[in-house]
Ligand binder design. Structure first.
Ligand code: DX5
Ligand code: ZN
Length: 231
């Protein structure tokens, strides 16, 4: 774990892409300058929706060299860490609200040679992750309720994001602070100002317009958000 903040990165979420043409979606994001891909795994239990499992992660792995950030919206993350690591996940992100001991999940993920992230739903206080903040590679502050793409950013999460930034700067500055849900150029500026370093974008990349134009707008929002306001 590093001692300085990581550079700001954009991670398109393939949940918003055309599943029948993922290769085109992957190429477009790579050409447009994406830094990673975000893969949303949903089990129909931890969240009401069902998406995909390790087989799809493996298929994506075969088509890109960019890091794969695997968001495990599943009830029993410990049971599946090895499957998602073997499939090619570089970072495995589990929810603090899921079952199992966070310390054990973090250790098991590191033992598999992957980075580990801890995710919090919008209404889960940061305190829940506090005991392990210095052991993780990423803290994911959800900015929508997990389960579906295309929802609106919840602005009341911003104070929690700022608090996470302060704690990470003090205890684990090299960990990513990630935001996921409703990230557009406007909300990316707010999240960057609050100290986020990793920006998951579904609809704002794969919705309207071209992937290249969308990534360009998001990138310039990150630059704006990371510049100090001129008094
Ligand atoms: C929501 C997922 C998100 C989702 C983001 O449960 O975790 O990653 O794909 O999609 P947008 O950016 O459209 O809100
Ligand atoms: Zn996600």
């Amino acid at each position: 774990m590093g001692t300085t903040r990581r550079p700001l990165r954009l991670a398109p979420s393939l949940l918003s892409a055309d599943f029948a043409d993922l290769v085109t979606a992957i190429r477009a994001a790579e050409t447009g300058g994406a830094d990673a891909f975000h893969l949303d795994v949903m089990d129909g239990h931890f969240v009401p929706n069902i998406s995909f499992g390790p087989a799809l992660v493996k298929a994506v792995r075969a088509r890109t060299r960019l890091p794969l950030d695997v968001h495990l919206m599943i009830s029993e993350p410990l049971r599946y860490l090895s499957a998602f690591r073997s499939a090619g996940g570089d970072t495995l992100v589990f929810h603090v609200e899921a079952s199992g001991s966070p310390v054990e999940i973090i250790r098991a993920t590191h033992d598999l040679g992957a980075e580990v992230g801890i995710a919090l739903r919008p209404d889960t206080p940061l305190d829940r992750a506090d005991p392990v903040l210095d052991r993780v590679d990423q803290v994911l502050v959800m900015t929508v309720q997990p389960g579906f793409s295309g929802q609106a950013f919840i602005p009341t999460v911003l104070p929690k994001l700022e608090a996470a930034r302060r704690e990470l700067d003090r205890r684990n500055p090299g960990a990513d602070l990630s935001v996921d849900g409703g990230i557009t150029p406007d909300t990316a500026v707010l999240a960057a100002r609050a100290g986020a370093t990793f920006f998951v974008c579904g609809n704002s990349v794969y919705g309207q317009g071209t992937v290249a134009d969308n990534l360009r707008s998001l990138r310039s929002a990150l630059v704006r958000g990371s510049q100090r306001a001129v008094p």
